[in-house]
Design a protein around this ligand. Structure first.
Ligand code: ADP
Ligand code: MG
Length: 694
C-alpha cells in the first residue's frame, strides 16, 4: 500500500480543496477557518458544489450533517444527493444545504432547553473540521444548536473555547513582542484503550450487549497478575484487526500511530498523532465508531466501557493537551532564550492556576456512571485532581516564588540541560508519573482521568477555558507592570503562593496522598452525582458566562443531563441484572439444585447411604436461592421507588446509595455460586473464558 497516497484518500482535505476550488474561494475559506470568521453564503455555494462533485466521483450517494448531541456519541440523518424536479432526477446539494441542516432532533437530550413541541434544532457546518466519505456517505461535521442558539452538542462549546483561548493567548504573546502569530491552537492527542473479545461469547451475554460491561461474573482465574500482557506479542487475530483499523483510519485522515497490548488480558490501546482539538474530537468519535464496526465484521466485539470486567484494569482515554502558535511552535516547550523561557513559565502558570481554581469542574468532565467504577481503583488516577510537574520545573518555580531572580542564562542553562533529560527522567519514574491525573510530560499535559467511552470535547473545552481565564488575568498584570520580567516574577510567585497546593509529584495511588490532599484542602470527588454539582458552582458558571460559552441555563441543562444519564445508566443495568437472574441464572441454579437433590436421594435409595457433602451442598444452594430471591426483590423495589423522585438530584443520590448497593449484593451472591454451577446449565460465558479466548 502507498501509505502516503492512501492517507486521507476519503477526505475533502486542504489539498483537495485547493485543487477543486477557485483560488479566491479557497483563500476566503481558509481565512474563515483560521480567524473563526463567519462564512460568506456565496463561498458556501461554491464549496458545496465542489464538495458534492468530489464526493460523487468518489462513490458517495448520500450526505449527512454529522453532529455530536449530548449523548457522548455522534449522530446524523442521511440524505441522498438525488432529487426529483418536474419528474426528472437531478442532483441537488446547495450552499445552504452545506451550511445549515434541520434534523428532526427532538429526541436528543437537551436538559430542558427545548420542548418537543418547539423542537427546532439546527446543524451548522463546521468548516474547521474536514468532511469525509464513509459508507458511501459524505460526512459533514456540524455543530448542533437550538432555534434560540443554545448549544445542544459537544462541538459548539469546544469551538467557542478555542476562539477564547486563542484571543487570550495572543494578548500574552504581544507582551513578548510577538506580532506575527495570528492564532493560537489547543492541540489534543487522545490515546484510546479498548477490549477486544470474541463476538460469539459477547452475544451470549445480555449485560455486555446492553450495558457494555459484565454485571455478573466471578474473578477470572488469571487476570493481569503476571504483567505478561502489557506490550506483549500481539495475537494474530488482534493484529489483523489493528492493521485494518489503521488502514481505514488513515483513509479517513486519522493518523493512527501507536498500537500495543495493554495491562489486562484482551486489552489494547491505539494512539493517533495529535491535531487541533476540534478535529481530534471528531476523529476520536470516528475512531470509536470504526473500532466497534470493524470488530463486528471480524467476529469480535470492541468494548469501550470503562470497566467491562470487575477486578481487572478498566480502560481510559488520555487527553494529551498542548498549545501552539499557528506556525506550529509549541508554547509548552522550553525555549532557547531567556524571554522564551519566561513565556514558557507564564503559560505553565496559567495552567497551574486554572486547574487549581477549577479542579472540581475538571474532575466533573470525567464523571459518569461507567468511569465511577474505574477512578481511584489503583489502575487510574484517584478522584483528586493534582498536577505533576516533575521536581526540576517545580524547583525553578519555587525558587522564583522565594524571591530568586529569573536568571536568564542560568535558568536557560539549567533548564535546557535538565529539560533534555526530562523525558528520560519521566520515564524512569513512570510508576509515580503514571498515577497523576494531570501530568506534565515534557511539552504537553496529559489529563488521564477520562474514561474510554467519553468524548474528549468537554474536558478539552474546560481546559481551554480555565487556561484562558488565567491568561486574561495575567494580561492585566502585564498591562499594569510594564517591565516584562517584573510582571512575570509577580505572576509566577503569586501563582505559586496561591496554587502550589495543586502540584504533587509523588504517588497519587497512596493512601497518604489522600490524607495529604485533604490537609491541602483539595477536593476529592468520588462519584458522578457529587461531580455534577460542580457545573452549577458560582465560579464555574461565571467563567462560562464570562466567555460567552454557556449561559446559566445551558450549564443547568448539562447538569441535568449528566444526572439523568447517570440514573438511566444504573436503571438499565439493574433491569438487565433482573432479566439475567430471572431468565438465565436462577433457572440454572434451580436445575443444579434439583440434580444434586436427585443424586442425594438416588444414593440413599440405591445404596442406603447418606452423602453428607451432597446434603451440605443442597442446603447451601437452597439458602443461596433464597438470598438471590430476596436481593432480587429488593432491587425491584428500589427501582420502583426511584420512579417517585421529583428532583433529579435526589433520584441520582438514591441510585448511587441504594440501587447500586442492591446490585452489588445481588452480584456478590450470584458470583459466589458461579464456580459450582455446571457449564451445560449456566450458559453465560465466564469472564475467564471471555478474557482468554481471542
Ligand atoms: P504515552 O503512552 O507514554 O502517554 P503515547 O505515545 O502512547 O505516549 O501517546 C502520546 C500521545 O500524546 C499521542 O497521541 C501523541 O500524538 C500525543 N502528543 C504528543 N505530543 C503532543 C503535543 N504537543 N500536544 C498534544 N498531544 C501530543
Ligand atoms: Mg499516555
Amino acid at each position: 500500500m502507498d501509505l502516503v497516497k492512501n492517507f486521507g484518500s476519503l477526505v475533502f482535505s486542504d489539498e483537495v480543496m485547493k485543487n477543486h476550488l477557485p483560488s479566491e474561494t479557497y483563500k476566503s475559506l481558509k481565512k474563515s477557518i483560521e480567524f473563526f470568521l463567519p462564512l460568506e453564503p456565496e463561498i458556501a455555494s461554491v464549496v458545496a458544489c465542489a464538495m458534492k462533485d468530489w464526493a460523487i466521483k468518489n462513490g458517495a450517494t448520500h450526505y449527512t450533517h454529522w453532529f455530536q448531541p449530548m449523548t457522548g456519541r455522534s449522530a446524523g440523518k442521511h440524505d441522498c444527493f438525488i432529487d426529483l424536479k418536474n419528474g426528472n432526477v437531478t442532483i441537488k446539494f446547495s450552499g445552504s444545504g452545506l451550511i445549515k441542516g434541520e434534523p428532526d432532533a427532538s429526541s436528543f437530550p437537551n436538559g430542558g432547553l427545548r420542548n418537543t413541541f418547539e423542537a427546532r434544532g439546527y446543524t451548522v457546518w463546521d468548516c474547521t473540521s474536514p468532511a469525509f466519505i464513509k459508507d458511501k456517505t459524505l460526512y459533514i461535521p456540524t455543530a448542533f444548536c437550538s432555534y434560540n442558539g443554545e448549544a445542544l452538542d459537544a462541538k459548539t462549546p469546544l469551538l467557542k473555547s478555542m476562539e477564547v483561548i486563542s484571543t487570550q493567548a495572543l494578548k500574552i504573546l504581544k507582551y513578548f513582542g510577538d506580532e506575527k502569530t495570528t492564532s493560537v491552537i489547543p492541540n489534543v492527542g487522545a490515546e484510546q484503550e479498548y477490549f477486544l473479545i470474541d463476538r460469539a461469547k459477547y452475544e451470549k451475554r445480555l449485560d455486555l450487549k446492553i450495558c457494555g460491561r459484565t454485571l455478573f461474573g466471578a474473578n477470572p482465574v488469571k487476570g493481569q497478575e503476571m504483567d505478561d500482557h502489557y506490550c506483549s506479542r500481539i495475537k494474530i487475530k488482534v493484529s489483523d484487526f489493528m492493521k485494518e483499523l489503521d488502514e481505514r483510519l488513515w483513509a479517513f485522515g486519522v493518523c493512527s500511530k501507536t498500537k500495543h497490548n495493554e495491562a489486562a488480558p484482551a486489552q489494547h490501546e491505539m494512539a493517533p498523532c495529535f491535531e487541533s482539538c476540534n478535529v481530534a474530537a471528531d476523529h476520536n468519535q470516528l475512531i470509536m465508531e470504526t473500532m466497534r464496526v470493524l470488530a463486528k465484521e471480524k467476529g469480535l466485539a470492541c468494548l469501550l466501557h470503562e470497566k467491562p470486567f470487575f477486578n481487572v484494569n478498566g480502560s481510559g482515554k488520555h487527553n494529551n493537551w498542548s498549545l501552539s502558535k499557528n506556525n506550529g511552535t509549541n508554547l509548552l516547550e522550553v525555549g532557547k532564550t531567556k524571554e522564551e523561557n519566561i513565556q514558557f513559565l507564564i503559560f505553565l502558570c496559567a495552567i497551574i492556576r486554572g486547574v487549581s481554581l477549577h479542579a472540581g469542574l475538571l474532575r466533573m468532565t470525567a464523571a459518569h456512571a461507567g468511569n465511577d467504577r474505574r477512578l481511584g481503583g489503583n489502575e487510574a488516577p484517584p478522584s483528586i485532581i493534582s498536577i505533576f510537574l516533575g521536581e526540576h520545573i517545580f524547583s525553578i518555580l519555587e525558587s522564583i516564588e522565594k524571591g530568586g531572580e529569573i536568571t536568564g542564562d542560568e535558568l536557560h542553562e539549567i533548564f535546557v540541560t535538565k529539560a533534555k533529560t526530562l523525558p528520560n527522567f519521566l520515564k524512569d519514574n513512570s510508576d509515580r508519573n503514571r498515577t497523576s491525573p494531570f501530568a506534565f510530560t515534557g511539552n504537553k499535559f496529559e489529563f488521564r482521568m477520562l474514561g474510554s467511552s467519553s468524548s474528549i470535547s468537554f474536558s478539552t473545552t474546560v481546559i481551554n477555558l480555565i487556561v484562558a481565564e488565567s491568561l486574561e488575568c495575567f494580561a492585566e498584570i502585564f498591562e499594569e507592570e510594564k517591565d516584562l520580567e517584573k510582571a512575570a516574577t509577580k505572576i509566577i510567585s503569586e501563582t505559586m503562593r496561591e496554587h502550589k497546593k495543586i502540584i504533587f509529584n509523588g504517588n497519587n495511588y497512596s493512601k497518604t496522598w489522600e490524607d495529604e490532599a485533604k490537609k491541602r484542602g483539595l477536593c476529592n470527588i468520588k462519584d458522578t452525582v457529587t461531580a455534577a454539582q460542580e457545573l452549577m458552582k458560582k465560579e464555574n458558571v461565571f467563567m462560562f458566562e464570562h466567555f460567552n460559552v454557556f449561559s446559566k441555563g445551558e450549564c443547568e441543562a448539562r447538569y441535568k443531563i449528566a444526572l439523568y444519564s447517570y440514573c438511566e445508566t444504573i436503571a438499565i443495568e439493574a433491569h438487565t441484572m433482573l432479566e439475567m437472574v430471572g431468565k438465565e441464572i436462577l433457572p440454572a441454579i434451580n436445575n443444579h439444585t434439583k440434580n444434586v437433590c436427585d443424586l442425594f436421594l438416588k444414593i440413599e435409595k440405591t445404596c442406603g447411604l447418606q452423602n453428607k457433602s451432597l446434603k451440605n451442598e443442597v442446603e447451601f444452594l437452597n439458602s443461596s436461592i433464597e438470598k438471590i430471591n430476596e436481593y432480587k426483590e429488593k432491587l425491584k423495589e428500589s427501582l420502583k421507588e426511584s420512579e417517585n423522585f421529583k428532583e433529579i438530584k435526589e433520584k441520582a443520590e438514591f441510585s448511587r446509595d441504594v440501587i447500586l448497593k442492591n446490585m452489588e449484593n445481588l452480584r456478590e451472591i450470584v458470583d459466589s455460586l458461579e464456580q459450582i454451577i455446571p457449564k451445560d446449565l449456566l450458559k453465560i460465558p465466564s469472564i475467564t473464558e471471555i478474557l482468554h479466548k481471542v
